[in-house]
Design a protein around this ligand. Structure first.
Ligand SMILES: Cc1cc2nc3c(=O)[nH]c(=O)nc-3n(C[C@H](O)[C@H](O)[C@H](O)COP(=O)(O)OP(=O)(O)OC[C@H]3O[C@@H](n4cnc5c(N)ncnc54)[C@H](O)[C@@H]3O)c2cc1C
Length: 232
């Protein structure tokens, strides 16, 4: 199963979760807390660094106390009706199992996007080309919104910074100004001073331009409104 929604079908069942990033971490903890017997199969050495800082210790402690069993450096060789065959550094392992949650990531349907006439940047992520303010693509009348805007970087746009896209698109379709940009990118960085993650906001170039216009207006004694600046 590649899409995890809720734990209730897994109560009392043996569930293998493949992966070690946020989706895997959340699914494993959720299933465990709703009465499933959870085994994690992780091809790397550890739970991913990108797992949210308030989830990671919970998962690591459940693994440490063996409430959740985790096999690291281990891959799934075969999925059978009632068991799994694993390949670990210590050799083959067979485990009894009822369900497999393959939380191994996803990517956009590029074929579908191409068929619409959408073009892509020449970068490693096949980022779709779109106007950063209106979200209209190279194919007039087709806009992109949400996670798909990041191409293969499916962690670039999420709820907090993607929910503004629809508003920009609606404004564009209605013929209203879109001179403020929705592209507020929130990055997570570990702040050495406090030793944990803190959100760092990057303001998009269009918004920076708007701010510069506002500063210019202020320096020239005119109001923001007079120079047509709209800021949220
Ligand atoms: C486990 C997990 C935990 C997360 N936790 C957080 C969190 O704590 N905070 C946060 O901000 N974000 C979180 N996210 C990310 C967040 O869920 C996404 O960023 C957000 O849902 C993206 O919205 P979207 O509209 O771009 O895409 P989606 O929500 O994926 O919506 C896309 C929709 O398009 C439909 N669709 C796809 N192809 C077609 C087609 N050809 N025709 C018609 N419809 C189609 C799909 O069925 C789907 O309904 C999490 C994601 C996951 C997987």
């Amino acid at each position: 199963m590649h899409y995890y929604r809720e734990p209730f079908g897994f109560v009392g069942q043996q569930v293998a979760v493949i992966g070690a990033k946020n989706s895997a971490a959340k699914a494993a903890l959720d299933c465990y807390r709703h009465g499933a017997k959870v085994t994690m199969v992780v091809r790397g050495r550890q739970i991913a660094d990108s797992v949210k800082y308030w989830i990671k210790p919970d998962l690591k402690n459940r693994i440490k106390e063996r409430s959740i069993v985790a096999y690291f450096d281990t891959v799934v060789e075969e999925i059978l009706e009632r068991s799994l065959k694993l390949r670990s550094p210590d050799g083959p392992i067979d485990i009894d199992n009822d369900f497999v949650l393959a939380m191994t990531g996803y990517q956009p349907d590029f074929g579908f996007l191409e068929s619409l006439g959408i073009t892509f940047a020449d970068d490693a992520w096949r980022t779709p080309v779109y106007d950063a303010r209106t979200f209209e693509t190279a194919r007039p009348g087709i806009h992109l919104a949400g996670t798909v805007c990041g191409g293969l970087r499916t962690n670039r746009w999420f709820i907090e910074n993607g929910r503004f896209h629809a508003r920009q698109i609606a404004r564009h379709l209605a013929g209203l100004r879109t001179d403020t940009c929705a592209s507020r990118i929130v990055k997570c960085r570990v702040d050495p001073a406090i030793g944990r993650c803190c959100a760092v906001r990057e303001i998009c170039p269009a918004l920076t331009r708007v701010k510069e216009d506002a500063a210019l207006a202020s320096a020239s004694g005119r109001s923001d409104r007079e120079v047509g600046v709209s800021m949220r």
